[in-house]
Write a protein that binds this ligand. Structure first.
Ligand code: FNR
Length: 184
C-alpha cells in the first residue's frame, strides 16, 4: 500500500511536515509513506497549463496517480487552508494535456494537521475536506487528527506526545483498513 504524504507548509521547521514524518514512522505494516515536497510547484496559471504542465506539476500528478491514497498534513492560516496546499489541489484537480482523468479523481485522502493554537487545524481541515470533495477526491469519514498546542508536543521535529502518537497510529490503521476494503 503506497501512500503519498504532502505537507501544506514549506517551512523548514514545520510542525505539519514533522507530523508527516512521524506518520511515516508509525504507519502500519504494509503501508509505505513517500513524502512529496511542494517547494518547486509554481502557482497555478491557466495560461501555463494550456501550454503543458511544468515539470513539477507533472511530477506531482504522477506521484498522486501512482499512490493508493494520500495523506495530507494541513496547517491552518487565517482559519483556512494554506495557499500552498490549495495550489497543489488546484493543479491536481485538473486533467491537463495528455490525461483522461484528473490525478485527484476518486483518490482516497486522509487528513492530519498541527497548530500551536488550542483548536488545532479544525477549520482548515473542514475546508480542505470540502475542497477535495469538490475536486473529486474521497475524504476519510473517520475523525480528525488535530494536534493542538503542537509546539508542546513536537520538539526538534519529533512528535513526543504518546497520546498523540497513539491517535495518529490508530488513524493510519483505520485508513489502511478502509483502503484495503475499497481496493476490491
Ligand atoms: C497562522 N497560524 C494560525 N494557526 C491557527 O491555528 N489558526 C489560524 O487561523 C492561523 N493563522 C495563521 C495565519 C498565518 C498567515 C500564519 C503564518 C500562521 C499559526 C500557524 O498554525 C503556525 O504558524 C504553524 O506553525 C504553521 O504550520 P507549520 O508551518 O508549523 O506546519
Amino acid at each position: 500500500m503506497n501512500i503519498l504524504g504532502i505537507s501544506g507548509s514549506l517551512r523548514q521547521a514545520s510542525f505539519n511536515t514533522a507530523l508527516l514524518y512521524t506518520a511515516r514512522e508509525l504507519a502500519p505494516a504494509g503501508m509505505n509513506i513517500t513524502i512529496h515536497r511542494l517547494h518547486d510547484l509554481p502557482l497555478f496559471d491557466q495560461d501555463v497549463e494550456e501550454q503543458g504542465d511544468p515539470v513539477p506539476v507533472t511530477a506531482l500528478k504522477q506521484a498522486i496517480e501512482a499512490a493508493d491514497g494520500l495523506l495530507l498534513a494541513c496547517p491552518e492560516y487565517n482559519g483556512g487552508i494554506t495557499g500552498v496546499l490549495k495550489n497543489a489541489v488546484d493543479w491536481a484537480s485538473r486533467i491537463g494535456k495528455g490525461r483522461k482523468v484528473a490525478a485527484l479523481t476518486g483518490k482516497m485522502v486522509c487528513i492530519i494537521g498541527a497548530s500551536p493554537g488550542i483548536t488545532g487545524t479544525v477549520r482548515a481541515q473542514d475546508q480542505l475536506r470540502l475542497v477535495l470533495r469538490r475536486a473529486g477526491a474521497r475524504t476519510e469519514p473517520q475523525g480528525d487528527v488535530l494536534v493542538f498546542q503542537a509546539h508542546t508536543k513536537i520538539v526538534d521535529g519529533r512528535l513526543g506526545d504518546e497520546r498523540t502518537r497513539d491517535a495518529l497510529g490508530r488513524h493510519l490503521q483505520g485508513f489502511a483498513e478502509r483502503l484495503a476494503a475499497t481496493a476490491g
